[in-house]
Design a protein around this ligand. Structure first.
Ligand SMILES: N[C@@H](CCC(=O)N[C@@H](CS)C(=O)NCC(=O)O)C(=O)O
Length: 265
């Protein structure tokens, strides 16, 4: 017997509220999604602030979960629900939200612009989010920091001396490049989600490595980055969000402040 044709998933309009599923208690990778939703003026719920919301996260990543007719199971948060769509992977969610929240150039304006924005966001996540995470967990995510302190120190020394300046230098070049259209924003003369990702990474690194970041600031080599940081922070919606209870404090997430991993003052 022929199987029934697959039912088509209903596309969610941009008026359908978004649902962010992420661990409560830390900004973490969920913060990239929150900043996009906040800057885009979206209506959303966040499991971090809902009593018992963590159960929705656990249900999604439960090893017994097989997803559903339209959605494969998700491996780890952040997870975005929009209508009956369920997706994960931070940059994938941003790629979905970008056009809906006007955080990428429109197709009419710049047909391939979204790939440049995504490329910049992926680069920031590589060097300024994933690598900092590996500074305190260089051997295994499943082990305690205390079980890998020696390696963490070596990794952090290399990171603050070589990798961090390399990636900040890269974004300084991006801001100086012609495609930034003036150097205020990373791409195309307007704020995109790549600017929000870079901002969150720089903010997390200021918390994690205050001495190393202060030295880099004093060097005068990355002035475009610090000006960009203040520019994003001063956006009306971002400023309101950062001053609200929805913005969580750094703790035991990606950006952790272990003074022994930072440079000397
Ligand atoms: N590449 C994924 C990484 C997702 C990820 O590692 N999520 C963390 C929280 S920030 C997690 O809960 N991981 C559980 C695990 O890896 O077992 C992304 O960017 O979303």
């Amino acid at each position: 017997m022929a199987s029934a044709p697959p039912t088509k998933r209903q596309k969610s309009s941009k008026d359908v509220p978004y649902e962010l599923l992420y661990w409560p208690g830390i900004p973490g990778r969920g913060e990239h999604i929150r900043l996009a939703l906040e800057e885009g003026g979206a209506t959303y719920t966040d499991t971090a602030v809902i009593q018992g919301g963590i159960n929705s996260v656990l249900a999604q990543i439960d090893p017994k979960s097989l997803g559903d007719e339209h959605n494969p199971p998700t491996c780890a948060p952040p997870i975005l629900k929009h209508g009956d769509l369920v997706i994960n992977q931070t940059p994938n969610i941003l790629l979905y939200l970008g056009p809906k929240l006007s955080l990428v150039p429109s197709i009419e304006e710049d047909e391939d612009g979204i790939y440049h924005v995504n490329q910049l966001a992926l680069t920031a996540l590589d060097g300024l989010s994933n690598e900092p995470h590996d500074c305190h967990h260089p051997i295994a995510s499943g082990l305690y920091y205390e079980d890998q302190k020696v390696e963490a120190k070596r990794k952090s020394e290399d990171y603050t001396k070589n990798r961090l300046p390399k990636f900040l230098g890269f974004f300084e070049r991006v801001l100086k490049g012609e495609a930034s259209k003036g150097g205020e924003w990373l791409y195309g003369g307007r704020l995109t989600y790549a600017d929000l990702v870079l901002w969150q990474c720089v903010d997390g690194l200021k918390w994690m490595f205050p001495n190393a970041m202060a030295k880099l600031e004093k060097s005068g080599e990355y002035d475009g980055i610090w000006a960009h940081y203040e520019r994003v922070k001063g956006r009306e919606r971002i400023k309101a969000y950062l001053g609200s209870e929805r913005r969580q404090k750094y703790g035991m997430g990606i950006y952790r402040h272990y003074p022994e991993l930072d440079e000397e003052a």
